[in-house]
Design a protein around this ligand. Structure first.
Ligand code: GLP
Length: 241
């Protein structure tokens, strides 16, 4: 595990964008695993800036997103498919048919999870997975529990996650209670994993995940066992280690 210490959110975002940009330059048809949330927004902004300067070409890049709320589709501004288009896809030359997000409105959860794992397999796995971390240590929407869940699954969101994510919704009752998420094996099989973490409210999660035991109680802790994991975190997120 490597830790890149950044000064602040902007510095963290540029460092992470540099790693992603190197990946795309080295392998123009790479498979990027992408994340949502406030943590990677700056990374996407930086990548868009470099794209506009003509420095990165996304035309052959394929993507798989980590997760999606159950019940939301593109017409809902809080869906992750909307987030990805709004914050990244619509601003670069990525081919939308090469992008994948779990379908939150598929009523057949088992079929959706199987479909998504099949997509990841067909793509030949993930070259670089970008991650954030939830305050309770979740990655994607792999919530703390008794065991690690391997593949894509439907998950009941923890109360703490609903509380953490309600800031994006008008009313707390609008926050979906369930989500589809890639599983731990999907993430662990990525060739390279890069996590961005910023701010004091992530300091405890960072300490528990990377300076404590590997346990499903802190899902992000599994990354200690990944062969090529880089944490890009700012001073505030690293303040408890
Ligand atoms: C959500 C997402 C995660 C993300 C986490 C933290 O729960 N499913 O992928 O890492 O939020 O979000 P933020 O970066 O906004 O703190």
């Amino acid at each position: 595990m490597k830790i890149i210490r950044a000064r602040d959110y902007d510095h963290m975002s540029r460092q992470a964008a540099n790693i992603i940009s190197a990946q795309v330059i080295l392998k123009p048809d790479c498979v990027l695993g992408l994340a949502t949330g406030s943590s990677p927004i700056g990374t996407y902004k930086q990548l868009i800036e470099w794209y506009n300067k003509g420095d990165i070409d996304f035309s052959r890049v394929r993507t798989v997103n980590l997760d999606e709320y159950v019940g939301l589709d593109y017409s809902n501004e809080q869906s992750y498919i909307y987030f990805m288009r709004n914050n990244f896809f619509d601003h670069v030359n990525i081919d939308l048919t090469n992008t994948n997000v779990p379908c939150g409105t598929n009523p057949d959860a088992a079929a959706e999870c199987a479909r998504y794992d099949y997509i990841i397999k067909e793509l030949g796995g993930i070259d670089l997975q970008l991650l954030g971390i939830g305050p309770n240590g979740h990655i994607g929407f792999n919530e703390p529990g008794d065991s690690f869940i391997k593949g894509t699954h439907k998950v009941a969101l923890h109360e703490s996650t609903i509380q953490a994510n309600k800031r994006f919704f008008e009313r707390e009752e609008d926050v979906p209670k369930f989500a589809f998420t890639m599983g731990i094996v999907d993430i662990m099989q990525a060739e390279r994993v890069v996590m961005v973490a910023s701010g004091e409210n992530k300091a405890e999660a960072v300490r528990n995940a990377f300076f404590g035991p590997v346990t499903p109680r802190v899902p992000g802790s599994i990354l200690q066992l990944h062969k090529n994991f880089t944490l890009v975190a700012d001073e505030a997120a690293l303040s408890k280690i």
